[in-house]
Design a protein around this ligand. Sequence first.
Ligand code: NAD
Length: 366
Amino acid sequence: MEHYKIGIFAGDGIGPEIMVEGIKILKIIEQRNDISFELIPGAFGANAYFSHGNAFPDETKAICDKVDALIKGPIGLNHEDSKKIPIDMQPERGALLPMRRRLNTYANFRPVSLPKALGHFSPLKAEVIGEGIDLIMVRELVGGLYFGNKEVGVNAQGKRYVTEALEYDEDQIKRILIEAFKLSASRKKVLHNIHKSNVLKSSVLWNEVLDEVSPEFPDVEVKHMLVDAAATALCLDPSQFDVMVMENMFGDILSDQGGGILGSLGLMPSACIGPDKAYYEPSHGSAPDIAGQGIANPYSMIGSFAMMLEYSLGMHEEAKNVWDAMQGVFADGFSTADLSKSSADVIMLKTHEFGDKVAEKLLAQQ
Ligand code: NAD
């Protein structure tokens, strides 16, 4: 029997609520396969700062090092509460970026997917959605502006100033482009390279490296698009995209727009992959505005578990079963509060009810 150690960092805000639903589904997968999961919880984020005095405590680092894969809930507080934590200990700076760096999870895969049958959840018109939305954003996750040199000070004129550097070397660019080309080669063979080479020198180097890598993937057609134009194109004609590759901050912003065209960030799971380790997390934040109400959409978290089954454990069939089960629940006329207003047409589900329905569907597949 295969045995896997899985780190479980529930996070802040809605994190614990949606994590419970992901674990519910994982238990079903465990019970019907020759596999066992040892779930190892860890404190991470604002909760860890308040309980351990550190957003990424040593105990949690040790868990990262020993597990086969990690699932992470969103972390963070609302704007005002964030001020209760020193700036360098605030969840992204104190926990998330250090974890990404430690695990070297440079490749972030963010599917933006909505079958035609669920097109009513999207704010886009049916004629724009066409046969459905199905693209994947590949975001560089451990370089660029978020990891570059930072300097804060007072200049010669006595003015406060800040400098943040957008840093990449060619190897960092090459490895993420190779991931994107490989993914593209396995899909529709059209790769959109999202950049800003009309302004940023980092994008000029990015594109040079792309030209060097591209001949290794002769079947993949590369299309270049400036990031600002891509933001518009995602709204007007998302069907032109299949795989999109971009640097860290562009990916952070455009992938939230991906959630917007689907209808909610609650539909956005993700996989963060490195050479040795991987972790999985919803693309969104801790949603403090709805935390504790039992109405968060756990699709993003259950989907992140499905991505772990696929990417880390090679359980492609079961991963597909989980996606089918979740979409089946919606197709049966159910909704969650983020996707619909209450009406006679939809039956609204709370967070745990959605998890229960997905579990029922999964069990019915046997
Ligand atoms: P957010 O992503 O938490 O929320 C934006 C909107 O989307 C909110 O209206 C929220 O209710 C909704 N939403 C998000 N996920 C949902 C879900 N599963 N179901 C239903 N609705 C959902 O963004 P924010 O409010 O700007 O940030 C809140 C906190 O999260 C901040 O502290 C931020 O720094 C942090 N954050 C963390 C991560 C991460 O852990 N990777 C990512 C982004 C933001």
